[in-house]
Design a protein around this ligand. Structure first.
Ligand SMILES: Cc1cc2nc3c(=O)[nH]c(=O)nc-3n(C[C@H](O)[C@H](O)[C@H](O)COP(=O)(O)OP(=O)(O)OC[C@H]3O[C@@H](n4cnc5c(N)ncnc54)[C@H](O)[C@@H]3O)c2cc1C
Length: 449
C-alpha cells in the first residue's frame, strides 16, 4: 500500500484560515498555562469528528485539561473523511486517526456517535447547553457539474465514488455499478487522481488496503480500459500533488498520454507526463489521457454513451465519449443537512475546518485551522466577563436516544472490522448503518454523565 508524503499541495495546506468572527482575530496558539480546575473550564461541544473537530478537541484539551469536551458525529463511527474520503490504498494518510484515538481513550474527550445535530438535537439546544460549540461538519456533497447535460448520461461525483470505495453506509449502492470501459474524469486535483488510480490500478495494488471489495469489483466489473482526465487549467496550474501524479505514472500496465501539450507547457507536471509517455509498459491494460486547458461545455448522449463537448477559447475543440463521466471538481455543503444558520452568529459558536474554509486543503491544513480556532476560543473565554457556567452534556443526554455509539462502541466496531478482514485487506468495513449500530451497542454508555 503506497502512502505518498505531502499528498496535498503545500501551497493549499498553508492557506490562511479566515476568521468566522472577524471581530475576534485568532490569538497565539497556546496562551498562558493550562487551567487545572474543572470549575474554571468551559463545557465544550464539537459537532463533527473529522480531522478539524479532533484537532480542535486536542488544542482545547491541552488548554483545559478538566474541561468537559464532547464530540458529536452523525455517523456511529468517528473521523469523517479520514475513514470515508482518504483513498483506501493510502493507509499511511489515514494513520492520523491513531493520534485522535488518544483523545477518547486517555484524555477524557467523549465521543457521541450516531447523533445528527440539527435533527436529533437542535443546534439551538446545543448552543444553550454548552459554553462553547464548535461546528466542524465538513463539506459533504460533490460540487454539481453546472453544464447542460442529458439526464440519460451517467454522471457521478468523485466524492461519492471514493466514499463508496471506503464503505460509507450513506452511499447508495446503485451508484457503484460498472463505470464501463471508457471513463471521463473532470478535474485535475488530487481526488481526480485517487479515482483514476482506484479504477485502473492492478487489483494486486490494493493489498493491505481497506477498500470495500464489493464496491471495487462492482465499479470495475467491466474492466476500465480508457480514462480521459479533463481539466480547465493549463498543465502547470493543475492542482495535483506531484507525488500523486507520479503514482499514476508508475502504475503497472498503464499507458500515460498527455494530449495537446506544446513547447510552452513546462514544469514538473508536464515533464513527468512526457517522461511517462516515453516509457510505456510492455503490456498495457489501460490508457490514461490527460487534457488541460479544456472546458467541458455540455454532455449529450449517443448510442447509450455520454458525449462530452470540450471547448477551448469559446470554440468547439473536441468531444470525449465515455460510459461514465466522473466529476471531481470540489465539494459543497449538502443541502439536505440541517441548517446551522440560527446559531452561526452566537458569540459562543465557532466554525472550523472545511465547514469554515471551504473544501480546500488536506488534514494538515485542518490542523492549522483548528489550532487557530482553538486559540480564538481560548482568547475569547479568557478575555470575557465571568459567566454562569452552562451544564453541558448532562442537560442534553436525555435527547440522545438509543442509537448512540460511544467510543467503546466504536472500538467494538473497529475490532470486528479488523478481525473479519478479508484476505489481503487490513480491515473490511461494515457498510450498513444497522450493522454498525448493532456492533457498537453497549450495556452502559460512557457518553452518559
Ligand atoms: C476523496 C478524498 C480524498 C482525500 N485524501 C486526502 C489525503 O490523502 N490526505 C489529506 O491530507 N487529505 C485528504 N483529503 C482531505 C481531507 O479528508 C479533508 O481535508 C478533511 O477530512 C476535512 O476535515 P473536516 O473535519 O473539516 O471534515 P470531515 O472530515 O468531512 O468531517 C466532518 C464530520 O462532521 C460530521 N457531521 C456533519 N454534519 C453533522 C451533523 N449535523 N451532526 C453531527 N455530525 C455531523 C460528518 O459525519 C463528519 O464525520 C481527501 C478528501 C477527499 C474528499
Amino acid at each position: 500500500v503506497s502512502s505518498p508524503t505531502g499528498w496535498w499541495p503545500t501551497s493549499r495546506s498553508q492557506l490562511p484560515c479566515d476568521d468566522a468572527h472577524p471581530s475576534r482575530a485568532p490569538g497565539p496558539a497556546q496562551p498562558g498555562a493550562a487551567h487545572d480546575s474543572g470549575a474554571a473550564a468551559p463545557t465544550i461541544a464539537i459537532v463533527g469528528s473529522g480531522p478539524s473537530g479532533c484537532f480542535a478537541a486536542q488544542s482545547l484539551r491541552k488548554r483545559w485539561p478538566h474541561a468537559e469536551i464532547t464530540v458529536f458525529d452523525a455517523l456511529p463511527v468517528p473521523y469523517g473523511l479520514i475513514r470515508y474520503g482518504i483513498a483506501p490504498d493510502h493507509q499511511g494518510n489515514k494513520a492520523v486517526s491513531r493520534q485522535f484515538d488518544r483523545l477518547f481513550e486517555r484524555q477524557g474527550v467523549r465521543f457521541v456517535g450516531g447523533i445528527e445535530v440539527g435533527t436529533q438535537i437542535s443546534y439551538e439546544v446545543l448552543a444553550d447547553a454548552y459554553d462553547i460549540v464548535v461546528l466542524a461538519t465538513g463539506m459533504e456533497a460533490d460540487r454539481p457539474l453546472d453544464i447542460p447535460q442529458s439526464p440519460a448520461a451517467r454522471v457521478v461525483g468523485a466524492g461519492a465514488i471514493m466514499r463508496g470505495l471506503n464503505g460509507d453506509p450513506t452511499v447508495a449502492r446503485e451508484l457503484l455499478g460498472p463505470v464501463g470501459e471508457r471513463v471521463a474524469v473532470i478535474g485535475t486535483g488530487n481526488v481526480s487522481l485517487d479515482v483514476v488510480r482506484m479504477l485502473v490500478a492492478p487489483i494486486g495494488q490494493f493489498t493491505g488496503s481497506d477498500v470495500d471489495d464489493d464496491a471495487l469489483t462492482g465499479l470495475r466489473r467491466i474492466p476500465v480500459r480508457h480514462v480521459e482526465v479533463v481539466g480547465r487549467s493549463p498543465v502547470a496550474r493543475a492542482k495535483f500533488d506531484l507525488a500523486g501524479l507520479r503514482e499514476i505514472c508508475r502504475l503497472p500496465g498503464v499507458v500515460i498520454r498527455p494530449v495537446g501539450l506544446t513547447s510552452a507547457d513546462t514544469g514538473d507536471f508536464a515533464d513527468l507526463l512526457r517522461a511517462a509517455e516515453q516509457e510505456p509498459p510492455e503490456t498495457a491494460t489501460a490508457e490514461v489521457r490527460f487534457r488541460f486547458d479544456s472546458i467541458p461545455a455540455r454532455i449529450d448522449v449517443a448510442d447509450g454513451k455520454a458525449v462530452m463537448q470540450i471547448d477551448r477559447d469559446g470554440s468547439v475543440r473536441d468531444t470525449v465519449v465515455a460510459d461514465t463521466v466522473i466529476s471531481a471538481i470540489g465539494f459543497v455543503h449538502r443541502v439536505d443537512r440541517p441548517d446551522q444558520s440560527a446559531i452561526l452568529n452566537q458569540p459562543n459558536v465557532f466554525v472550523a475546518g472545511w465547514r469554515r474554509r471551504g473544501a480546500v486543503g488536506g488534514v494538515a491544513a485542518n490542523r492549522k485551522c483548528a489550532q487557530e480556532v482553538a486559540a480564538t476560543i481560548i482568547a475569547a473565554v479568557e478575555a470575557g466577563p465571568p459567566r454562569p457556567p452552562r451544564p453541558g452534556t448532562r442537560s442534553v443526554q436525555h435527547l440522545f436516544g438509543s442509537g448512540v455509539v460511544d467510543f467503546g462502541g466504536w472500538q467494538q466496531i473497529d475490532a470486528h472490522e479488523v478481525q473479519n478482514a478479508r484476505a489481503g485487506r487490513c480491515r473490511s468495513k461494515a457498510v450498513n448503518l444497522r450493522t454498525l449500530h448493532a456492533l457498537g451497542r453497549r450495556e452502559a454508555l460512557s457518553c452518559s454523565v
